[in-house]
Design a protein. Structure first.
Length: 274
């Protein structure tokens, strides 16, 4: 990874296998949007990220110091992981190989666990645009206001709040239960990070409304347990159509990355999965 410090930000030189748009638009995060100039902006933790990738593959990160770039931006985009070796393994499979050709620039974001938990509780039986709207209202109504925008609300800020204003419907009570269990210590997000995949899955499923699919999403996007393999309606159809004998065991250790390639490829390319 090579970069250059410039007057108003950081220029990341072309990084093979990285697409800014595919990474931020593939359904794994919900607080980023693109403006008419092609600049993606969003907040992660307390850091606002604004970035644009040009046709050469250079990515410019606006108004960020070198320290924040290295300590926050690089880990968030998982730039330190070598995806080439993982994709080389996946290329043995015809379906995954086609998905990689289409969207092999996706990286699994390392999101804040509490935000990932709430976001994927909200994602249940929902579409991406509506999820983004609910999360925006959650932040605007209950998050701390800063010069960079509204931060994602902590469990402490959500305790005892009437969540009807975010218009999340039945998901309100699930968020409230997550708040209660995290604040009581019944769910310790720091401890979940240290658990095995199976232990962590079981722990998260103690929260009302968190089933296998949501728990896997939280483990993949909030704890970077890349063996987590969320199965929604799209992935179920992929498995039924292309993997009738089961998903290849040799890919299990990187199942979450494979799932993201397949999800984005099938969902956006209108591939026949009947």
């Amino acid at each position: 990874m090579k970069y250059k410090v410039e007057k108003n930000g950081i220029m990341l030189y072309p990084l093979e296998g990285f697409s800014l748009s595919d990474t931020l638009d593939c359904g794994q995060c919900f607080r980023f949007s693109k403006n008419e100039n092609g600049i993606f902006s969003g907040i992660t933790g307390s850091l606002k990220i604004s970035a644009k990738q040009n046709e050469k593959g250079e990515t410019f990160f606006y108004d960020v110091s070198e320290e924040d770039f290295l300590k926050k931006v690089v880990p968030f985009f998982d730039f330190q992981t070598n995806y080439d070796e993982i994709k080389k393994l996946f290329s043995k499979d015809d379906t995954l190989n086609e998905a990689i050709k289409y969207c092999g620039g996706i990286r699994i974001l390392r999101q804040e666990p509490w935000e990932a938990l709430c976001s994927f509780i909200i994602s249940q039986n929902n579409n991406i645009e509506r999820i983004k709207g609910i999360i925006a209202r959650l932040c605007e109504n209950f998050g701390e206001k800063t010069k960079n925008g509204y931060l994602f609300p902590t469990p402490q800020r959500l305790k005892g709040q009437d969540l009807s204003s975010i218009r999340a419907g039945f998901r309100d009570k699930y968020i409230a239960d997550a708040v209660e269990k995290v604040l009581s210590g019944e769910i310790n997000l720091f401890e979940i990070d240290k658990m095995s995949y199976t232990e962590a899955l079981e722990a998260l499923m103690k929260i009302k409304g968190v089933g296998v699919k949501v728990a896997n999403c939280v483990l993949l996007y909030g704890f970077h347990k890349i063996e987590a393999f969320p199965v929604d309606i799209w992935i179920k159809r992929v498995l039924d159509r292309f993997y009738k004998n089961g998903f290849p065991k040799e890919f299990y250790g990187f199942g979450g990355i494979a799932q993201q390639y397949l999800f984005h490829y099938i969902r956006t390319q209108n591939i026949s999965i009947e």
